[in-house]
Write a protein that binds this ligand. Sequence first.
Ligand code: GLN
Length: 197
Amino acid sequence: MVAGPTVGVLALQGDFREHLAVLAELGAKGVPVRRESELDQVHGLIIPGGESTVMDKLSRAFGLAEPLKRRIGDGLPVYGTCAGLIFLADTVLDAIEGQQTLGGLDVAVRRNAFGNQLDSFETDLDVDGFDGPPVHAAFIRAPVVEEVGERATAIAALDDGRVVAVRQGNLMGTSFHPEITGELRFHRAFLDAVAAA
Ligand code: GLN
């Protein structure tokens, strides 16, 4: 058997198990990442949904934040869903006091952009570059991308034009959670990026 790339899933908090399950379903080797020695072994990284403020605090407490920033700066392919998108964004709007991000993705993201009324919802989205039916997307206290910087490209938006998925070279972020709706195309596209890197 040929050894394929190893994809890490940041496993400090959030729905990392669901991402590991999708990777397994696609036949990819996924491993949880909680420490620097584990990060060193991976060829790509998924940052799950959860709570960006907690991921920020834990990654700094565990000495992972600086190694993560270094790997991202060196071109590591990274895919962030929801809180993971927030954690990858250069700028966070409605952050809590002192909240930091890893950065790398040239976007400004607003946390909890749908407020209390529309806290969670599902909708269908067309995604640039995907064949087949629209993506069925689950939004859970989700962020939106309010500004797409020069280096990033929007690949999906809601009917009202608000951007909810972006790519930038080896980086990808979605406001929603393909890992919980059986949608495999984002992970497949990410695995292609990992293989090409
Ligand atoms: N609201 C969360 C945050 O700010 C994100 C929610 C999610 O990942 N589903 O990090």
